[in-house]
Design a protein around this ligand. Structure first.
Ligand code: FAD
Length: 477
């Protein structure tokens, strides 16, 4: 077992300049400090890159992009902004895999965090006996490789590993291991944070804890996660569910080729099929009992007989499985397309109502582009309510991801469908919370945070009083 700590360089930013539409030059009254100026880029191509993200829906041009060499550059940028009568906004950008413009700063400065990695000379990931010390700009696949070299590994992951550590910790970082080990934010021992005042603070649950908690941050499946509650050694290491719907294209690549026709006919017959994916890790010492443990786990599940499939892959192949999909989609030109995604946490007591109203009604009946539908349960007690992340208010809740890809001309229709889903939940009193969300009005954010709003707003006023950091979410106007 291996917990890990993250030294998260929270922010870095800046550089550049180029007049942005409707936004005046933020540096016009006072030029940036001399040592910072050469690190600000105004190159149209770099600005254009910082104006887009994986969503391909929002497009906000920064005035400049900072290519920092170290954390001090970020501190200096933030202090410079604070010194101006009209401060400019600053956004850290990791891998830009948000879908709603969260890493953008319209007319402000985007900090290209990945540049920090270039200057660390390979010291961005330091593996120790019981934790790993990682720069916020590092990506998870590199953390995996570095830790595995020592026979160690973090416990909690996201489905996709080419995301930055800072980017996932800004949200929560969840996947099929979350029910057992908590989200990634529950696995952090210590953080280095740069605040909106330009202070550098090392924090942990016992040291500067207020800022630590402020910056960190969603059916049969419940039977499977209950093994963990009982501390049963049979417990699965990963549980995730997904839906196959009778909508083209049907992706059956996980299943053996000769079984695909009968799975297709099952989907055609029932319109929606629910699939449970569970994973047991094993090594040479536990190989003998793993089959028995899987048998115990699936005992009592109500699945269609003869529709149980097994795959035996390496630990890395499993964790890095989405990258294989990425390569296929890139080759077909289907990776850099709009992604109007909707992710939510749903209280367990309402998951059946959600299934009937959303999956079986709104989504199935509408003839718009398809994608991936995932659904997996979480235990609330693996989350820490002192953190900024907002989750559903029940001991067990589900994360659902309605992960659609779209043609450019179809984005509006999918966004309308997302609104219909949110409205359905509201009308039926299903108290969902959105995950990875952006693009809300201030009132919408107040509702999102609910009873945590005052705490969240208070922390913002304390650590970023001029509200210059992270404008992309639009939380403070
Ligand atoms: P960016 O988009 O660059 O930034 C996101 C936010 O984090 C911004 O507000 C930015 O300012 C802030 N930020 C980035 N770096 C730092 C830093 N060093 N310090 C302070 N703030 C910072 N999420 C899950 O939880 N589970 C999944 O399984 C999962 N799978 C995904 C699969 C794909 C294909 C994609 C595209 C996304 C997935 N996500 C998943 C969502 C992903 O975790 C978030 O979108 C995450 O923010 C992306 O990280 P990034 O490095 O691209 O961040």
């Amino acid at each position: 077992n291996f917990s890990f700590s993250i030294a998260l360089s929270l922010l870095c930013l800046f550089s550049i300049v180029v007049l942005t539409q409707g936004k005046p030059n933020p540096f016009s009254h006072s030029q940036p400090p001399q040592d910072l100026a050469p690190k600000l880029s105004y190159d149209p191509q770099i600005l254009s890159q910082a104006s887009t993200d994986y969503g391909h829906i929002v497009n906000e041009k920064p005035y400049a992009v900072l290519e920092p060499s170290n954390v001090n550059d970020i501190i200096e940028l933030i202090k410079y902004s604070n010194s101006l009568q009209t401060p400019f906004t600053i956004a850290a950008r990791g891998q830009g895999h948000s879908v709603d413009g969260q890493a953008m700063a319209h007319g402000g400065v985007v900090v290209n965090m990945t540049r920090l990695g270039d200057f660390r000379n390979g010291s961005g990931i330091i593996v120790c006996d019981e934790y790993v010390d990682v720069g916020g700009e590092q990506i998870w696949i590199d953390v995996l490789h570095a830790t595995l070299e020592r026979g160690l590994t973090p416990l909690s992951w996201t489905d996709y590993l080419y995301l930055s550590v800072g980017g996932t910790l800004s949200n929560a970082g969840i996947s099929g291991q979350t029910f057992r080990f908590g989200p990634q934010i529950s696995n952090v021992l210590e953080l280095d944070v740069v605040t909106g005042k330009g202070d550098f603070v090392t924090c942990s649950p016992v040291n500067n804890s207020e800022i630590f908690y402020a910056v960190l941050g969603g059916l049969d499946q419940e039977h499977l996660i209950s093994f963990n509650e009982r501390n049963d050694t049979n417990a699965a290491d990963y549980v995730e569910g997904f839906l196959l719907m009778n909508k083209p294209p049907l992706d059956l690549s996980f299943f053996p080729k000769h079984d695909q026709p009968r799975i297709t006919s099952l989907v055609t017959q029932y319109s929606t099929i629910y699939i449970l994916e569970l994973v047991k890790y094993y090594d040479d010492n536990s190989q003998a009992q793993v089959d028995k443990e899987v048998e115990n786990l699936v005992q009592g599940l109500k699945f269609v007989p003869t529709f149980q499939f097994e795959k035996d892959v390496s630990y890395e192949e499993f964790l890095n499985r989405v990258h294989a999909e990425e390569l296929i989609l890139r080759a077909k030109g289907l990776w850099n397309v709009p992604h109007p995604w909707l992710n939510m946490f749903i209280p367990s007591s309402r998951i059946y109502d959600f299934n009937e109203g959303v999956f079986k009604s709104i989504i199935l009946k509408q003839n718009i582009s398809t994608g991936i539908f995932i659904l997996y349960p979480m235990n609330r007690n693996t989350w820490d309510n002192r953190m900024s992340a907002v989750i559903a208010d029940e001991d067990v809740f589900y994360t659902t991801g309605i992960l659609l890809s779209s043609r450019v001309d179809n984005v509006g229709a999918i966004q309308a469908q997302n609104q219909e889903i949110l409205q359905f939940c509201k009308d039926n009193g299903i108290e969902i919370r959105e995950y990875l969300t952006g693009n809300k009005t201030n009132e919408g954010w107040v509702q999102h945070f609910g009873s945590k709003w005052q705490l969240f707003e208070g922390r913002k006023s304390k650590f970023d009083p001029k509200k210059i950091l992270s404008p992309g979410q639009g939380i403070f106007g």
